[in-house]
Write a protein that binds this ligand. Structure first.
Ligand code: ASP
Length: 161
């Protein structure tokens, strides 16, 4: 069984009319996966519902606890891209599980979204990589300790690039 922990971020955003802006809503991940005809067992658990720019150390401690308490050895965490690297670094104390963080630059509810591609990459990575903390974004697997989000280019890259 693979557990997907949802924490918010753009991947979960919905259009919020009254404000004419987007806000984090119900995670659409479970719904999306229904269409993917998976033959693996996936459990989706909501941990947080936040834009990752608003995440605190306590939130990160809560994510850490959720990973540590999970009965699964393989986890995917959906997360906002802006501070995904920070959370990946905060999870370094988890050494026995394969944990893959992913997210999306465009909400999963959009037709042109990277969400499904990224979640699929993360699910595959979680099943094939040795224990450790990883980021799956832009068709690549990154080590959060040596990675940054290039905000201008809207992509993840090696920190020394
Ligand atoms: N501000 C958003 C977040 O980090 C950006 C994103 O998810 O791409 O939650």
């Amino acid at each position: 069984m693979i557990e997907i922990l949802t924490t918010g971020g753009t991947i979960d955003k919905v259009y919020f009319d009254a404000k004419s802006s987007f806000q984090v809503g119900d995670s659409p991940i479970a719904e999306l996966l229904k269409e993917a005809n998976l033959t693996i067992v996936v459990k989706v658990t909501e941990v947080l519902r936040k834009d990752s720019l608003e995440m605190t150390d306590d939130d990160r401690a809560q994510i850490f606890q959720a990973v540590a308490a999970s009965r699964s050895q393989q986890l995917v965490i959906t997360h906002g891209t802006d501070t995904m690297v920070q959370t990946g670094c905060a999870l370094q104390g988890i050494t026995e599980k394969t944990v893959v963080l992913t997210g999306a630059m465009q909400p999963a509810r959009f037709r042109a979204t990277d969400a499904l591609f990224n979640v699929a990459a993360a699910l595959t990575a979680a099943q094939t990589l040795p224990p450790g903390i990883y980021i799956a974004m832009n068709g690549q697997i990154f080590d959060p300790r040596t990675t940054r989000k290039n905000v201008a280019e809207n992509r993840f890259e090696a920190a020394d690039q």
